[in-house]
Design a protein around this ligand. Structure first.
Ligand code: SF4
Length: 311
C-alpha cells in the first residue's frame, strides 16, 4: 500500500531553512505498514535548499506563490511542476497522502494568504496540495498536525485502508464482487453513516440496472464519503448490538449478561471500543458465525496501529 507524504516529514532536510519535520508516528509506526512515496514540491520544482521562504498572496480562492523577500512570483513554475508530478503519481495508485500543515505548497487548509502589503487576507490551500485534491478527489488526505488528534488519526487510517481495499476491488470489478464487498463492509458503513449505509444498500440491490463503470464511480464516491463521516460512541453501540444479535441466543444467560455489561461499559466511556470488538470477535470465532466472520468492522486495519482506543 503506497501513500504520498511531504518529504520533510520523513526527516529529510528539505525545508526552506535546511531543516526537517520528522514525525515519529508516520515514520516509525504507520511506516511499518505502508510504502511512503516522498514528495517535496519546492525542491523538486527546482527551488533548492536552503531557499528563500515563500507565501501565498493576492487571492484567497486563487492565490499566487511568491518569495517573501524578492517578491519573485513562482506560481507558474509550481503549477507546471505539479501537473507533471501528479501525472507520475497516477501510475503509483496512491491509497492516501499525508501533507505537512501550513506551507504554501503542502498545506491542505488554513494556509495564510497575504496582500502584497503584508496584511493577512484570509486562508486557503497550498498550491500542490490543492492540485492533488483536484486530481485525486477520492484519495484520503490528512495533515500531520491533525493526525496528533487520535480520533482524526483513527478516521484517516480507516479511510486509507478502506480506499486501498476499494482500489484492489476496482482492478477486477464485477457486479458480484461489488455485492460481496458491500456485504463485508455493511457494519463499518453503519458505524460511520447510517444514511450512506442505506443509500449504498439500495445501489447494490439495484446492481443490475447499472453498468460496471457506473457502479465503480457511484459506489466508490459514496463509499469514501461515508468513511469520512466521523463515528460516534452511539453509532458504535448500535453496530455492536446488531452484531451481538446474530449470536446472543447461542450464549448462556451469564455470558450474555457479561457481554451486555461490556457494551454498557463502552457506552459509558469506561473501556475503549477495542474491548467489546475483541469480545465479539471472540464469540464470532468460537461460535462460528459465518455472516460475521468476514465483516471488515471487526478488523478494519492491523492492530499494531493501536487505533480504536479513542472512539
Ligand atoms: S514543500 Fe512540502 S515537503 Fe517540501 S519542505 Fe515544504 S512542507 Fe516539506
Amino acid at each position: 500500500m503506497r501513500l504520498g507524504i511531504s518529504r520533510c516529514l520523513l526527516g529529510e532536510p528539505v525545508r526552506f531553512d535546511g531543516g526537517h519535520k520528522r514525525d515519529h508516528f508516520l515514520v516509525d509506526v504507520l511506516g511499518q505498514h505502508v510504502e511512503w512515496i516522498p514528495v517535496c514540491p519546492e525542491v523538486e520544482a527546482g527551488f533548492g535548499t536552503p531557499r528563500e521562504s515563500m507565501r501565498l498572496v493576492d487571492d484567497v480562492a486563487e492565490p499566487r506563490l511568491m518569495a517573501v523577500r524578492s517578491h519573485h512570483d513562482h506560481t507558474d513554475r509550481m503549477r507546471r511542476y505539479a501537473k507533471q508530478r501528479l501525472r507520475d503519481l497516477q501510475s503509483l495508485n496512491l491509497s492516501g497522502y499525508v501533507f505537512k500543515k501550513d506551507p504554501p505548497s503542502c498545506g491542505t487548509q488554513r494556509v495564510r494568504v497575504y496582500a502584497r502589503d503584508g496584511n493577512l487576507l484570509g486562508t486557503g490551500k497550498g498550491l500542490f496540495a490543492d492540485a492533488f485534491q483536484h486530481t485525486f478527489p477520492l484519495t484520503p488526505i490528512e495533515e500531520e498536525g491533525r493526525l496528533q488528534d487520535q480520533s482524526l488519526r483513527e478516521n484517516f487510517i480507516e479511510r486509507v485502508f478502506g480506499y486501498h481495499r476499494w482500489q484492489v476491488l476496482t482492478a477486477r470489478l464485477t457486479r458480484g464482487r461489488l455485492v460481496a464487498f458491500h456485504t463485508a463492509h455493511k457494519y463499518l458503513l453503519l458505524a460511520h453513516s447510517p444514511r450512506h449505509y442505506r443509500e449504498l444498500g439500495r445501489l447494490v440491490t439495484d446492481v443490475k440496472q447499472y453498468s460496471v463503470r457506473e457502479l465503480a464511480r457511484t459506489y466508490g464516491q459514496r463509499f469514501m464519503e461515508a468513511l469520512a463521516v466521523k463515528t460516534t460512541i452511539r453509532k458504535h453501540v448500535n453496530v455492536l448490538q446488531h452484531l451481538a444479535g446474530h449470536f446472543k441466543d447461542a450464549l448462556s444467560p451469564a455470558v450474555r449478561d457479561e457481554l451486555h455489561a461490556v457494551l454498557g461499559d463502552y457506552q459509558k466511556g469506561f473501556v475503549p471500543l477495542s474491548v467489546p470488538v475483541t469480545l465479539i470477535r471472540h464469540y464470532v470465532r468460537v461460535l462460528d458465525v459465518p455472516y460475521l466472520k468476514d465483516q471488515v468492522y471487526l478488523a478494519p486495519h492491523p492492530k499494531e496501529l493501536m487505533s480504536r482506543n479513542h472512539v
